[in-house]
Design a protein. Structure first.
Length: 299
């Protein structure tokens, strides 16, 4: 096996011993080279999560009180001993070539991300980049005006840039990763890869299950950057159009005809919002095609 990559893996964990062990083992099983260190931040679990992670081979840092996922990630970034940090949620896992795929594309970028395959909720589907070629995002605007291609469990990011950007905002329950990636991209470019190297496990109780709350959080994040030079009115309108499209589709499903028509009228009045809706529809169609090809190749 090759010498370890100078990468610190950060896994926040709370009351998930079995899942955390799976995540740790997937990180240590990276080929052809493992990461130099795997840090599990035990956010004051009331069970044996920390002990199980340590037995699996991770270095465990335990919070004296429960501080939330964002604070746990920040603790891991601060404690990391290497220039690059790879993030992995405790309920997900990596396929063996994950870090190698990211490492090969790191030159010139501050943020990289791989595509995930979502498992456990019926037919597998891909989450992340819809294209078959790497996508370079030169500015935060390139990310905000589309769906987030950086899956939290599939990211490798420069540690110094995360610290300079202020880290994850503690207390943010939704879109905290998008919020940080926007600030990271103020320091350099990002690159999203089509490589499917992350297994994103679907299960009950995930924060992302509440779609309305996710849309509201996404909108709040976008508006919080309205004063930045890169966050123009056009970018905000495209983002609003993307979110409005999702909300009106939900209104249609729920039988809220008036609300759906109001959302559609809003898109029709603003070409930039309409462009955002058209963009997200096209991206999702391409991602569904990628997902079908992925399943067919594995059949």
């Amino acid at each position: 096996m090759s010498p370890p990559l100078p990468v610190s893996v950060v896994i926040p964990a709370y009351n998930r011993p079995e899942m955390t062990v799976r995540a740790v083992r997937s990180a240590l099983a990276q080929a052809p080279a493992p990461p130099a260190e795997v840090l599990v931040i035990d956010d004051h679990s009331s069970d044996a999560t920390g002990e199980a992670a340590a037995m699996a081979g991770a270095t465990v840092i335990r919070h004296a009180e429960n501080r939330g996922e964002g604070a746990a990630r920040n603790t891991g970034v601060e404690a990391a001993r290497h220039a690059w940090v790879a993030t992995l949620d405790s309920d997900d896992e990596w396929l063996p070539g994950h870090l190698d795929a990211l490492w090969r594309h790191r030159a010139g970028h501050v943020l990289l991300g791989a595509t995930a395959v979502a498992v456990g909720g019926g037919p597998e589907f891909l989450w992340g980049l819809e294209a078959d070629e790497p996508l370079v995002l030169p500015t935060p605007a390139a990310l905000l005006a589309r769906e987030n291609v950086f899956v939290a469990s599939g990211v490798m990011v420069r540690r110094d840039v995360v610290l300079a950007a202020g880290g994850f905002r503690p207390g943010m329950k939704r879109c905290a990763d998008l919020d940080l990636w926007l600030r990271v991209l103020e320091h350099g470019s990002g690159c999203a890869l089509p490589s499917v190297t992350v297994r994103y496990h679907l299960h009950d109780g995930q924060v992302s299950d509440d779609r309305a709350a996710m849309w509201s959080a996404h909108r709040a994040v976008a508006r919080s950057y309205a004063g930045r030079p890169w966050c123009s009115a056009a970018v905000l309108s495209r983002t609003e159009g993307m979110l409005t499209w999702d909300e009106l589709r939900e209104d249609v499903r729920a039988g809220r005809r008036g609300a759906a028509l109001s959302g559609l009228a809003g898109l029709a009045r603003d070409p930039r919002k309409a462009a955002g809706a058209v963009g997200v529809v096209g991206a999702r169609r391409r991602l569904r095609r990628r997902s079908r090809r992925y399943r067919q190749a594995r059949a």
